[in-house]
Ligand binder design. Structure first.
Ligand SMILES: C[S@@+](CC[C@H](N)C(=O)[O-])C[C@H]1O[C@@H](n2cnc3c(N)ncnc32)[C@H](O)[C@@H]1O
Length: 487
């Protein structure tokens, strides 16, 4: 029997972890097959983690749940090493916009880990870490039904970032009767399945799975150098949408303006936002993706637009003082953020009476034959959501704005998405923006990669089968202009 109460404390541990900016996401450190931390720095992290764990660990520790396995000191060190490494990579993404970890970020990550451990205790932290591994180990069995013992031990399918084989995890999982071996294949026991459901509940309720998906998105955008050419293929009306948004924004020449999610500057330059602000004004353009910002800087220099300032930032954490801008605007970014956090930040940096205007796509009903056929492997994955769950409903943003803004204008309209380039469609919707977040969150590592390849292949077949004109869908979107309420 699994005692619900025993697990509930880990919901709180997960919440504190997210709040404190501690990350456990080894695939983030691992990058696209190459380690993002230099050998020397990684050796330092390893040494630090060993010392830190040895200081706080007690030999009588056992996991108080799922069979009470002993918690070895190596495991405690591994948890600390993983937290420091992933947190350092995360900080580099967020604070510096680089993928390469610096020494400074490692010391910040160590300090954050120390503070976090002081709050929740090393034992609970290590247990949470072990739950994340257990989740990957059990989820892969749940997803595939069974996998060969050798695949399980090597971890290639579900934990390809590991450097050691998973022998001790395997032995413990067998000893705790979470898994059983039949004809050389590992499978979940009934109890193992119950444990998986319980861990999933902890990860959903603490927000850990959602946080992980957000990291996937952040990581993918950071690796993407050009979002503009992708969106222009998918949404040929992008340029006219940006122009309409600029008109709606009513930007005053000479004012202080902040642009969020600028990408490669299609709205900033091509649509003419920088000209609307003009040389007597001040335009700060931001995006979390460093690759894209370098293009924006180049465009700024080409246009000699000295009043345009390029700053790395994500909408949920704006590095600007309160009451700094007359207007905040941005095209097609809000749906990729935590909408509540982003709106709170936007309201904070706006001057009293300042306005916010934006465009975002809404969640669309999945109904056309070609779409259902093409995306069947994705749509048939089990999850509560049958639609692209990342996109907002028509009342999501207006409702989230209610306490902070007064809506001046809200236009709902349809825009065309062209599904004629399978590679672009899958890369953008599934890999980068991860629109079906809830469905893909449960996928083991390899299954996610396989799904993306399969969808591209299916898309190529669909494009041969259907006429290009029938591969166009009209999806709903909103454009909104709002004024910040007095603060
Ligand atoms: C669809 S693109 C739009 C780019 C540009 N505004 C345009 O019109 O072409 C979305 C942009 O939002 C950015 N983005 C992703 N997550 C974000 C976040 N949390 N805060 C701000 N921008 C974000 C991405 O890096 C990407 O450049």
């Amino acid at each position: 029997m699994i005692n619900k109460l025993d697990l509930d404390i880990f919901i709180e541990t997960g919440r504190i972890m997210i709040r404190d900016g501690i990350v456990i996401a080894p695939w983030l450190t691992w990058g696209k097959g190459e380690h993002r931390i230099s050998f020397t720095l990684f050796t330092d992290i390893r040494t630090w983690s060993r010392h830190f764990a040895a200081q706080h660990w007690r030999p009588d520790w056992t996991m108080d749940i799922f069979g009470g396995q002993p918690i070895h000191v190596e495991r405690a060190a591994e948890a600390c090493r993983e937290a420091v490494s992933s947190t350092a990579v995360y900080l580099c993404h967020l604070e510096l916009g680089t993928l390469t970890v610096t020494e400074e970020m490692v010391s910040v990550a160590q300090r954050l880990t120390e503070n976090f451990v002081e709050k929740v205790g090393l034992k609970d932290f290590v247990t949470f870490y072990l739950l994340t591994n257990m989740y990957e180990d059990l989820q892969v069995l749940h997803y595939y039904g069974s996998i060969h013992v050798n695949d399980f031990l090597q971890g290639d399918i579900h934990r390809p970032w590991g450097t050691n084989t998973l022998t001790s995890e395997f032995k413990q999982a067998v000893a705790s009767r979470l898994v059983t071996v039949r004809d050389g294949f590992v499978e979940l026991t009934h109890y193992g399945n119950e444990v998986l459901q319980s861990i999933t509940r902890v990860f959903v309720e603490s927000g850990f799975l959602k946080f992980r998906s957000r990291l996937v998105r952040l990581n993918n955008f950071n690796n993407l150098e050009d979002v503009e050419s992708l969106t222009n293929i998918l949404i040929p009306s992008s340029a006219s949408i940006r122009k309409s948004l600029l008109e709606l924004s009513e930007i005053q020449a000479g004012s202080h303006v902040l642009e969020l999610g600028c990408g490669t500057g299609a709205y900033t330059f091509d649509a003419g936002l920088f000209q609307a602000v003009g040389p007597n004004g001040y335009l700060v353009v931001t995006d979390p993706s460093t690759g894209m910002l370098s293009t924006v800087r180049r465009k700024r220099d080409d246009y000699h637009a000295e009043w345009v300032h390029v700053v790395r930032a994500q909408a949920e954490r704006l590095p600007f003082p309160d009451n700094m801008f007359d207007s905040v605007t941005g095209c097609g970014f809000l749906h990729l953020t935590n909408i509540h956090e982003a709106l709170r930040e936007i309201a904070r940096v706006l001057k009293p009476g300042g306005t916010f205007s934006t465009f975002y796509p809404l969640h669309f009903p999945v109904r056309s034959d070609f779409f259902l056929e093409w995306f069947e492997p994705l749509l048939s994955l089990e999850s509560k959501a049958s639609h692209p769950d990342v996109l907002p409903d028509s009342d999501t943003v207006p409702a989230a704005m209610k306490s902070l803004f007064e809506i001046i204008r809200l236009d709902e309209f349809e825009h065309e998405i062209h599904y004629t380039s399978p590679q672009t469609v899958v890369e953008f919707f599934v890999e980068v923006t991860n629109l079906f977040e809830e469905k893909t969150a449960i996928l083991p590592w390899r299954a996610r990669q396989d799904l993306i390849q399969r969808l591209i292949q299916r898309g190529e077949e669909i494009c041969r089968k259907y006429q290009p004109e029938s591969l166009v869908e009209r999806h709903p979107a909103q454009m909104i202009r709002a004024v910040v309420k007095s603060k």
